[in-house]
Design a protein around this ligand. Structure first.
Ligand SMILES: *Cc1c(COP(=O)(O)O)cnc(C)c1O
Length: 410
């Protein structure tokens, strides 16, 4: 047997069947048509956002990084609950603009001329990733006759400790090395552009409150230093995010209260030059990961060399991350359950595999589950972020998974 991550809170059980947003999984599955499906409980997202906001300093803006879950209907529902949307492609920009949200910022390397044009036309903030991008964006803005809104994405000299995915420190394709930022800021201001400050993103998926607090302290200090060197206070600083969620055995949920208290201190103690600066964090998975479940049906139950395999109609083409092939070095088990036997005590070790013809396609490796048979429904948790949109859905030509939202406000 191999351990699995903790099953997130917020899911219920009726007559032995798992419920999501109070709805039985068997009913959700038959309403959706063929399995597999993704189900997102909007009420879980809503309460997550309000708990987070209560824990953060009141003046801090909270943005949603929509690459974690760009489903337009869901982004539409989240947009009014947050202070801004951060996008990383022209496609995401379209989704964000359709919500009518006022604050949109666009980061990401390799923005094409078409993407820059769409962003400048819409008047969103461009988080510039290089001096070359500044040059290209200025030329397009001039042609359009628009005053561009520019922030500089900084590649800091530090990174978020314990971070699942390092995005800062050393040579990186993201942002501009801190040492070159002041000169770039002076060029931006001299060009007549609307100078919007800094975007400093140092990492992702951290569960250690002290590490996040320390990174935020360093980020605020860096914003002050760069403002000093540029001779202009940053009007706005996006501190990045990195708030993680517990996917794996021994992962413990992030203490956001502690992060909030430490951040309040760091903001209170900030240098005078950034006294009037406004601050934001941008979170993806922290807002949505735990609210989503991937439901897939057992098609075949078989044995090989004494081991039980539950072969499902789903797999890594929909939920790549659970198979361990999305940014993890060692494959570990996501939380997984037999949704159709949710209160049956586990008594059997089985491997839950997908229907793709590759050994990579494993959703649960030797996990302890209630004995499951053909037609039982398996729930793979933590599917609200980097699930449907972050999986190679064309691989092997199976249909895409249907996505549905429950717990919608009346
Ligand atoms: C991916 C990304 C995020 C979201 O990361 P999470 O780990 O999902 O919170 C935020 N900001 C930037 C710049 C990103 O690239």
């Amino acid at each position: 047997m191999k351990p699995m991550g903790p099953i997130p809170e917020g899911f219920g059980c009726t007559d032995g069947v798992m419920t999501i947003g109070g709805k039985r999984v068997d009913e959700l599955v038959s309403a959706a048509g063929p399995t597999p499906i993704f189900v997102y409980d909007f009420q879980l997202i809503k309460s997550r956002i309000s708990q987070l906001k209560a824990a953060m300093p009141p003046q801090l803006a909270v943005h949603f990084a929509i690459k974690a879950n760009p489903l337009p209907a869901l982004v539409n529902m989240i947009a009014p609950l947050v202070d801004g949307l951060d996008v990383a492609s022209g496609g995401e920009l379209g989704v964000a603009l359709a919500t009518g949200t006022k604050h949109i910022s666009f980061a990401g390397p390799g923005k094409t001329a078409a993407e820059l044009t769409a962003a400048l036309e819409a008047g969103v903030i461009l988080n510039l990733e290089s001096e070359g991008e500044l040059r290209r964006a200025l030329a397009i803005a001039e042609k359009l006759g628009k005053q561009p809104k520019f922030a500089v994405r900084v590649n800091p000299d530090f990174d978020l400790k314990g971070s699942g995915m390092r995005m800062g420190g050393g040579a990186k394709p993201f942002g501009v090395d801190a040492a070159r930022v002041p000169a770039m800021v002076r060029d931006i201001i001299a060009s007549g552009a609307d100078w919007r400050g800094f975007h400093i993103f140092a990492g992702s998926q951290a569960l250690d409150a002290d590490a996040i607090a320390e990174t935020q302290r360093q980020t605020i200090a860096l914003a002050a230093q760069l403002s000093d060197e540029a001779g202009a206070a940053a009007p706005f600083v996006n501190l990045g995010g990195g708030y993680g969620v517990p996917y794996f055995p021994n992962d413990v949920a992030l203490d956001v209260e502690k992060v909030g208290q430490e951040l309040a201190k760091s903001l209170d103690q900030r240098a005078d030059i950034i006294e009037k600066t406004k601050f934001a964090i941008e979170l993806g998975r922290y807002l949505v990961a735990e609210a989503g479940v991937y439901l897939t049906r057992v098609v075949d139950r078989k044995e090989s060399h004494g081991e039980v395999f539950l072969v499902t109609d789903g797999g890594m083409h929909h939920q790549l991350a659970a198979s361990g092939n999305f940014g993890t070095v060692v494959r570990r088990n996501y939380p997984i359950a037999v949704a159709s036997k949710f209160d049956t005590p586990p008594s059997e070790v089985a491997s839950v595999v997908g229907c793709l013809c590759t050994p990579l396609d494993r959703l649960g490796d030797q996990v302890l589950l209630p004995p499951a048979a053909e037609d039982d429904v398996i729930a793979v948790f933590m599917a609200g972020a980097y699930g449907a949109s972050a999986s190679p859905s064309a691989f092997l030509g199976h249909p895409a998974a249907h996505e549905m939202i429950v717990g919608i406000d009346d």
